[in-house]
Design a protein around this ligand. Structure first.
Ligand SMILES: [Zn+2]
Length: 323
């Protein structure tokens, strides 16, 4: 009797460990160069309470977030088309398309996508209880059908902003037997942020980059976050009777205490703005600007650095021609 019980337990353990060892090695689900033309906006929430924490104990996630958001700069990039890729070999299980791309902001807009939070999405079965899900694809872009076999890197569709999305991105969820697994943490390690326990499931190592530039440019009035996600203010020339010239920066993952260093240089080479700003709060996404009303024609230059603990986090420079 005892022998049988022990045997059963051993067999049970072996099967479980086999199925976990089989865990797919994942490629990134988007065709772009991270930190150059795309970035990770949100990680998996690893805090079981109503607080939130990413795998590196950072704040670049939100309560209950069950995947990783690979984002692109704006709708202009989205319209050009950035492919969503299968993260591993498998069979397409489910597909939904037909949900419009939008920037969900208000409660009414959230309600309107209730039941379709994933927007245009795909679920891929990788065997042994492993699944990946891809959300918010561009309306009408999905090129796979249920039953189709895919490899790691097969194009599934294009990055969009359908469903419950407030910026253009693809949300990737990994599940093992219906349990969400954080690819940065690994199997059986779904809470907390103890780096010693983490066993990444990415095929290639992915650096944790929780702060960076989304886009920068010039405007003649203060830009809003949704205007920037929409792709407005791409101008390299400003003309006419403009009220002001503003150099703006759209960034992610800024932290309280970070120092912004702004410079605006006039066509005469005069530094008309040279100021530091210390952030009094942390923001997962952040729009900031600095400018002048004293406008002269010619090429203006904007410079912005973000510093943390005397270390440069990122810098950006842009020119605009005023006619
Ligand atoms: Zn997400």
């Amino acid at each position: 009797m005892t022998t049988t019980l022990v045997l059963t337990l051993v067999v049970g353990c072996v099967r479980l460990s086999n199925s976990q060892d089989f865990s797919p090695k994942l490629g990134i689900p988007i065709e772009c160069n991270l930190q150059e033309d795309c970035f990770i906006m949100h990680y998996v929430d690893r805090d079981p309470t109503t607080e939130s924490k990413d795998f590196a104990c950072g704040r670049q996630t939100y309560d209950g977030h069950k995947g990783i958001d690979f984002a692109i700069a704006d709708f202009a990039v989205m319209r050009k088309g950035v492919p969503v890729l299968a993260a591993a070999e498998g069979t397409v299980l489910r597909v939904r398309d037909g949900v419009p791309d939008a920037l969900v902001d208000t409660e009414a807009e959230k309600k309107a996508v209730s039941g379709q939070e994933c927007g245009n999405g795909i679920v891929i079965d990788h065997g042994e209880g492993w699944e990946t899900q891809y959300c918010h694809l561009r309306q009408g872009s999905i090129v796979v059908k249920p039953g189709m076999k895919v490899d790691r890197g097969t194009v599934l569709g294009m990055v969009g902003s359908s469903g419950l999305a407030s910026f253009p991105h693809v949300h990737l969820s990994l599940r093992h037997q219906d349990i969400v697994i954080d690819p940065f943490g690994g199997v059986s390690n779904n809470s907390g942020c103890d780096t010693k326990k983490q066993k990444s499931l990415w095929q290639e190592s992915l650096a944790y980059t929780s702060t960076g530039l989304i886009r920068a440019g010039f405007a003649t009035q203060p830009p809003t976050q949704s205007e920037l996600w929409s792709g407005e203010y791409q101008d390299t020339q400003l003309s006419g009777n403009i009220p002001a010239i503003l150099f703006w920066v759209h960034a992610y993952g800024v932290l309280q205490g970070d120092v912004e260093k702004w410079q605006l240089i006039s066509p005469k080479g005069e530094v008309v703005i040279d100021r530091n700003n210390i952030l009094d709060k942390s923001y997962r996404s952040w729009v900031s600007y600095s400018g002048t009303r004293k406008i002269i024609p010619g090429t203006w230059q904007g410079k912005y650095d973000l510093w943390r603990d005397n270390k440069l986090i990122f810098e950006v420079q842009k020119n605009v021609i005023v006619r």
